[in-house]
Design a protein around this ligand. Structure first.
Ligand code: NAP
Length: 284
């Protein structure tokens, strides 16, 4: 298989995706190049249209284009339609299908890297931004026992809960973090707190004193790989999962959509970790 793919975003220069997708194509023996497609908002329609050209297998889409891209493709999968956002486009004979692998990548990371099945788990999801949205819809689709959303701007959490409920999933609500963390089997930080270069790199999105013994603490922030929240969780003896697995599995699902082959996940992790340690890339 030959061809080209790339990532559409603005700014996109420091994305990790070219590192691990390039490594994956090489490891799979595929002659596919993966390019950085820096795309200011006004150029998005032309950029997406260019994916119809022969030889292009598709693209990833990142900030700030995920919602706008959903209106520019020919069809949407269920995850993209529900989330109203596309992070992967597949080109097939000049037609473009839009997919969302962010939430499904999170679910696969939980299963493959933390041995957690979504069905039967009770989730506290902290945050209601773009990443939290993808996760909330994916957890609902995967049959979570309960999803509770808490966000600094409470009406945003309430809106997201209502949207998830509108998909036919009833076990979703909102909470104030002051009410404590007992009863949750998985606690997820989907805010930017703890992210290097973000609004509060040294902060904690939740305090863990009231967490149930054995609760899994997940931080979707992946730079640094060990965030203050994960350090705090480890110190309390709680199991943890960092953000890199979600990033890798959303990419692995995209790779599988483009190529029809299983993604070489180990190679993707290795190359991403080497690049993060190198400090050459910034958050996607
Ligand atoms: P976003 O749409 O801008 O949402 C940011 C969220 O963080 C909102 O819920 C916001 O609350 C909250 N927040 C920001 N600063 C805060 C503060 N000081 N105190 C309390 N809450 C605060 O961003 P996003 O795209 O969802 O990304 C969020 C994080 O996830 C980023 O660090 C990003 O790198 C990471 N991420 C990781 C992956 C992965 O694959 N691992 C994928 C996507 C994103 P308000 O609503 O109150 O503003």
């Amino acid at each position: 298989m030959t061809g080209r793919a790339g990532i559409i975003g603005f700014p996109v220069a420091h994305s990790l995706s070219p590192v691990f997708q390039g490594a994956a194509f090489a490891a799979a023996g595929l002659d596919i190049t993966y390019e950085l497609w820096e795309t200011p908002p006004g150029s998005l329609p032309a950029r997406v249209a260019s994916l119809r050209a022969p030889g292009t297998i598709g693209a990833n889409v990142t900030i700030p284009h995920k919602e706008a891209a959903a209106a520019l493709v020919d069809s949407l999968d269920d995850a993209a339609r529900t989330a109203g956002a596309v992070n992967t486009i597949v080109t097939h004979h000049g037609r473009l299908s839009g997919h969302n692998t962010d939430g499904p990548g999170f679910v696969r990371a939980l299963r493959d890297e933390a041995s957690v099945e979504v069905g039967g788990s009770r989730f506290l999801l902290v945050g209601a931004g773009g990443a939290a949205r993808g996760i909330a819809f994916a957890l609902a689709a995967a049959g979570a026992a309960r999803i509770t959303i808490a966000n600094r701007t409470a009406p945003r959490a309430e809106r997201l809960a209502a949207e998830v409920r509108a998909t036919g999933y009833g076990q979703v609500g909102t909470a104030d973090l002051a009410a404590g963390l007992s009863g949750f089997s998985v606690i997820v930080n989907a805010t930017s707190i703890g992210m290097a270069g973000g609004p509060d790199p040294d902060g904690l999105p939740v305090t863990l004193e009231t967490a149930t013994e054995g609760a899994l603490v997940v931080d979707i922030v992946y730079r640094p790989e060990e965030t203050p929240l994960l350090r705090e969780a480890r110190a309390r003896g709680l199991p943890v999962l960092g953000g890199l697995p979600m990033l890798i599995y959303q990419g692995a699902l995209a790779f599988e959509l483009w190529t029809g082959q299983p993604a070489p996940v180990g190679v993707m992790f290795e190359s991403a970790r080497a690049s993060l340690e190198d400090g050459r890339t910034l958050p996607r």
